[in-house]
Ligand binder design. Sequence first.
Ligand code: DC
Length: 232
Amino acid sequence: MTSRKDKLPVVTLDGPAGVGKTTLARRLAEALSLPYLDTGAMFRTLALRLGPDAASLSPEELRRRCAAWPFTLEGTGAASRLSCAGEPVGDEIRTEAVGLLAAQLGTIPAARDILKEAQQKLGARGPLVAEGRDMGTAVFPGARFKFFLDATPETRALRRQRDLACRGQHEELAVLAEQIRQRDALDRGRAVAPLRPAEDALIVDTSALDIEGVFQVLINHIEAHGGRAALA
Ligand code: DC
């Protein structure tokens, strides 16, 4: 059995699209003064740079192209900054079209390998909060704290509709629910590292909670099991 000492000083947050992972991971990182690693942003960035033809590239060609786009992570909490080939990752990756492209890239085993190596390299530099789909299962299986957030597709679609409304955009609920179902199918159905909770993850059903309520569940769990000191 591994003791607490043997665990990686990493907090992993996994879950499906639209469950609130990004907001929560950022808040946790802020509360714990740790860097925040958004691995979805890494998939999105490479998907945007590679374009829709990524699936037709050989693993060697994929590796050759991605070698020109190394990732770096600087700062902590809300000031965490992810860069790719020296350029800060910006809002250009935050569209539903790029999200779908990223989910498609995520089904390519060679792309997952390339990104897993890049993520582990960032994790080897010190403690962090890592958010994604396979953080607790494949990338940081030895992480000290593992969380898996879930909610029904309907709840996630409704939340996304509210987020968009706050930004002055309107989208039909049925359209958002369909986008979420499409992404769930790609994320949960892929052959390599499909979306699923790690055996030792704390599963949090967020359907009946707001962001603050979920944050309290996560931070209380960490505090009850050694707190920030357990991530030294
Ligand atoms: O978290 P997000 O919506 O930004 O992620 C976009 C897509 O990237 C997601 O649908 C699947 C892929 N992804 C992945 O396969 N593995 C991760 N660790 C993170 C994201």
